[in-house]
Design a protein around this ligand. Structure first.
Ligand code: MG
Ligand code: ZN
Length: 220
């Protein structure tokens, strides 16, 4: 057991070194890098599709789409107007690590983007432990999940800077209590910036776009 812990610590410190290098490379070019994390089905790809449709003429957007087995999300993002989309198929691994992101970045001209979105594998557990060199993690939950997600997966909510509560168009169709979800999230991380929206209908999507603009301008 002790041996396994040691191996895991070594893997993590390797990851942290690579992540630091990625952060340095992106920072030197003032690229805003966001790591999107959530359970499967919360709407990471939908959020990115909506973002592309609204902001692709305003910012140069690069996307890394992580998936366990398919390139389906990358294909969706290209269809939504993404010009610089790099799929990462983890081949079973349930999270992205800094090496995978570093490899994908080799295929992106960093002088050609203002924002890098990294869509992580749908999983609220181990992606919280892997720094990818991002500026911030953005965590999504949706109204079709339990409102106790923040309490069940505290590490992810603690390490995130913003929380998107997606699918507000479906509020009332399940037992999801949005105020309770927000309260639970704030209990874990009082400084979370919380946005309630629907990627499907576009309701409140302006909150996300404005927040993104603020993040980009504060990097310049
Ligand atoms: Mg997806
Ligand atoms: Zn994992």
């Amino acid at each position: 057991m002790a041996e396994r812990v040691q191996v895991e610590e070594k893997v993590l410190s390797e990851n942290d070194k690579l992540a630091a290098q990625i952060r340095k490379d992106l920072g030197a070019r003032k690229i805003l890098a966001l790591n999107l994390v959530s359970s499967p089905g919360s709407g990471k790809t939908s959020l990115l599709e909506k973002t592309l449709s609204l902001l692709k003429d305003e910012f140069r957007i690069g996307l890394i789409a992580g998936d366990v087995q398919t390139e389906n999300d990358a294909i969706r993002l290209e269809r939504a107007g993404g010009k610089i989309v790099r799929p990462v198929v983890t081949g079973g691994a349930c999270h992205l690590d800094a090496r995978m992101v570093g490899d994908a970045l080799q295929k992106i001209d960093l002088n050609s983007i203002d924002i890098l979105f990294i869509e992580n594998v749908g999983n609220l557990v181990c992606p919280s432990g892997f720094d990818l060199g991002e500026d911030m993690k953005v965590v999504l939950i949706s109204t079709t999940e339990g409102d106790d997600k923040p309490l069940k997966y505290p590490a992810m909510f603690r390490k995130s800077s913003a929380l998107m509560i997606n699918k507000i168009d479906l509020l009332g169709l399940s037992d999801f209590d949005i105020d309770k979800a927000e309260k639970n999230a704030r209990q874990i991380n009082g400084s979370l910036h919380i946005m309630r929206l629907s990627c499907r209908t576009g309701e409140n999507i302006n909150l996300w776009c404005d927040w993104l603009r603020n993040q980009i301008f504060s990097k310049k």
